[in-house]
Design a protein around this ligand. Structure first.
Ligand SMILES: C[S@@+](CC[C@H](N)C(=O)[O-])C[C@H]1O[C@@H](n2cnc3c(N)ncnc32)[C@H](O)[C@@H]1O
Length: 301
């Protein structure tokens, strides 16, 4: 079976009625989207700057600071001083959703799989640097990129920990946790490019599932009772999404807080309250679940 046939078979197995629309989304050329960094600039100032050089943008319903470039490429933005000085951050719209859903505005926050830092810097901006973030990243090279982005974006209350998050000390307790888990990436594949999908294999899926299970148990352990965490992936596979959340629910230490996304096309789920964003030219395929730790639940797993 070729890689493409394998992808098609997995999507068909997961979404028998929607897999053709999903494939269409994964073949679509993605629009260029980005976020204004409110630690350094404002939406008005960025829009004025872009207008003055003829780069037209449109706003997106779910965020005051998310923008879509009407015409042009990432390079057009990367050449600008507002990009180089961290006033904007190139980010897919779907990838902006987990921090918005988590809404971590005070206390201590753990970003368990943080590099390159799109969501860490977004959380820092949403809280105007009023939260203390521990940003954990296993891969040292990616951690350098994370450090670079934090500095450029002015996210100055972030402590980078280069470590396997499974090995984080058990005595930590956090008010909010973002677990944007390593995954097969099935929601972000560009099916026009072999280099994008050739690593999508049964082995990668299996390895991702094992890591996701260990990381979600660790997250539950490190979360303060009554507080919230987000589990997200850029995969569309239920084995990496709903099944991992069900695995977490089986500990009886967390419950789902239902998420409602307006004006964003989602895929059917067998688990109520979680969302899977349909891939399209505008959105990547993405899964998001918001969990709350049940008060008085034992922390020992
Ligand atoms: C989906 S990416 C995170 C993207 C990031 N949250 C962002 O928005 O920019 C997953 C990251 O987890 C890292 N990772 C994988 N296994 C890990 C582990 N056991 N502990 C910590 N980080 C891990 C990978 O190196 C990768 O950088």
């Amino acid at each position: 079976m070729s890689n493409i046939e394998f992808i098609e078979s997995k999507l068909k197995e997961n979404y028998p009625n929607d897999y053709q629309n999903i494939l269409f989304g994964l073949y679509s050329k993605k629009r260029v989207t980005f976020r204004v960094n409110t630690l350094k600039s404002t939406i008005v100032s960025v829009m004025q700057e872009l207008n003055s050089i003829g780069l037209m943008v449109e706003k997106v319903g779910f965020s005051e600071v998310a923008l879509i470039l009407k015409e042009g490429s990432e390079l057009d933005l990367q050449n600008l001083s507002i990009y180089k000085e961290g006033h904007i951050y190139l980010q897919s719209l779907s990838s902006m959703l987990p921090p918005i859903v988590l809404n971590a505005l005070k206390g201590d926050v753990l970003d368990m799989a943080a590099a390159p830092g799109g969501k860490t810097t977004q959380m820092a901006a949403l809280a105007q640097n009023q939260i203390q973030i521990m940003a954990c990243e296993q891969n040292p090279i990616r951690a350098q990129k994370l450090e670079f982005n934090l500095k450029r974006q002015g996210a100055n209350k972030v402590n980078v920990v280069v470590k396997d998050a499974r090995q984080l000390d058990d005595f930590y307790r956090f008010d909010h946790i973002l677990l944007d888990a390593p995954c097969s990436g099935s929601g972000t594949l560009d099916l026009n490019r072999l280099d994008s999908y050739k690593t999508f294999t049964p082995q990668l899926i299996e390895k991702s599932i094992q890591t996701q299970k260990a990381l979600i148990l660790k997250a539950i352990q490190l979360l303060k009772p009554n507080q919230t965490m987000v589990y997200s992936t850029c995969s569309l596979l239920k084995s990496e999404n709903e099944a991992i959340v069900k695995y977490a629910l089986a500990t009886k230490q967390v419950e789902i807080i239902p998420i409602e996304l307006k004006d964003i096309e989602t895929l059917p789920s067998n688990l109520e309250g979680v969302v899977t964003v349909m891939p399209s030219a505008l959105y990547e395929g993405f899964f998001i679940a918001l969990l709350r730790k049940i008060p008085h639940a034992k922390t020992k797993l």
